[in-house]
Design a protein. Structure first.
Length: 383
């Protein structure tokens, strides 16, 4: 990367505070490195200061949401599988990319956010399948093992037998603004790695007399990414769901990106997030109710409290109280009081007032000894 031209640098210095808050941080990182002085030299803090200016939320929320929605629509149209995964801790990718700060970072070109290229997603899943899953068994009807069928294989020496895999892997994009932080590593024996094989001196040999050299680098934190896999052809439709399940395991156990051995890059599947993320507000409200009810039932089961929903096909209504709007509903020796008087038709209210029988069909939820009316439907008078 070349230093900025003096005139460009003057304009950048004049405007940087104005546009840094909303600028594409990937563009700032790749094209506007601010670590050189007028003599094209760097001081000791140049890299740290340049990277620190990128710390914080990145990207524009509306643009991120639109890009994720487009990706979701594409995957859905191809009958693929998708999932939202949240970072367990730090995540970094692209550290090998060239940069004056000596530690690269992968930025999405248009969104200005961290992302994981589709090729990296494919490589992660392939490594998981090859080394941690028994994927050598032939796939029925193909003669290839699962790895070759999913990911493809190269041609032989005669340039024959090569094939593309049956699955398509998409870039993993954020679904909301991720946070970029500044992290640090302190290698102690850089000279050993660089020159240890060429000469034997105290300077180039590993030992406890070397001083650590702090190196700052960018990491992603508090991020959620949308991963997607789609079938390339009809045969791929048979494996796409299994591939997504295996990807969940790979992200949880291996991690994505760099420094995974140090705990970076591990991600967890967000089941509730994917259920709500791409739904309308009305659908989201219904799903939240269902999820809350499911969680409530699970808590009751853990406490050994019986619960469930039952139908009372012909329950009698009595003891109307128009003031508080209450009625008593009785069935098979049990009864429940509910504020349902206002739901009765005028004809039914008149029958109650005259002391004549009124019957309804109700759905009742029971939690231990407590009863709650969920749904009430009037029955014809002649029943």
């Amino acid at each position: 990367m070349l230093p900025l031209h003096s005139e460009a640098r003057a304009q950048y210095d004049k405007q940087q505070d104005k546009f840094k808050a909303s600028a594409n941080k990937g563009l700032l990182f790749a094209r506007f490195y601010d670590g050189y002085d007028k003599a094209f030299q760097k001081d000791a803090q140049a890299d740290t200061n340049a990277l620190r200016s990128l710390v914080g939320k990145c990207g524009v929320q509306q643009e991120i949401k639109q890009a994720a929605s487009r990706l979701h629509a594409l995957i859905s149209s191809l009958e693929g599988e998708f999932g939202v995964f949240s970072t367990d801790w730090h995540f970094v990718t692209g550290m090998g990319n060239s940069h004056p700060a000596e530690s690269g970072f992968s930025w999405h070109t248009t969104l200005g956010t961290p992302y994981l290229p589709g090729a990296a997603v494919k490589g992660l899943l392939r490594a998981w399948m090859e080394y941690w899953v028994n994927a050598d068994a032939p796939v029925s009807g193909s003669g290839n093992n699962k790895v070759a069928q999913w990911f493809g294989k190269g041609a032989d020496k005669e340039n024959a037998g090569g094939m593309a895999g049956d699955l398509i892997f998409f870039d993993a994009l954020p679904v909301e603004q991720p946070t970029v932080l500044l992290d640090i590593m302190t290698p102690h024996m850089g000279s050993w790695y660089e020159q240890g094989g060429d000469e034997i001196t105290p300077f180039t040999q590993p030992g406890d007399w070397h001083s650590p050299v702090p190196i700052n680098f960018l990491v992603t934190s508090e991020a959620r990414f949308l991963f997607g896999i789609a079938p390339r052809n009809n045969s791929g439709k048979a494996y796409v769901k299994e591939a997504m399940e295996q990807l969940k395991s790979a992200l949880a156990w291996l991690g994505a990106g760099a420094k995974t051995a140090a705990g970076y890059g591990h991600m967890s599947f967000e089941e509730q997030d994917i259920a709500l993320r791409f739904k309308s507000e009305q659908e989201q409200a219904l799903i939240r109710q269902e999820l809350a009810a499911k969680k409530h039932r699970e808590r009751l089961a853990q406490a050994n409290i019986a619960s469930g929903v039952e139908v009372w096909p012909k329950a009698r209504v009595s003891d109307p109280k128009p003031g508080p709007g209450e009625i008593t509903i009785s069935y098979d020796g049990r009864q429940v009081t509910a504020k349902r008087y206002g739901e009765l038709s005028d004809a039914m209210k008149k029958r109650l007032k005259r002391g004549r029988p009124v019957y309804v069909e109700v759905e009742v939820e029971h939690i231990g000894n407590q009863l709650k009316v969920l749904v009430m439907r009037e029955l014809p008078n002649d029943l």
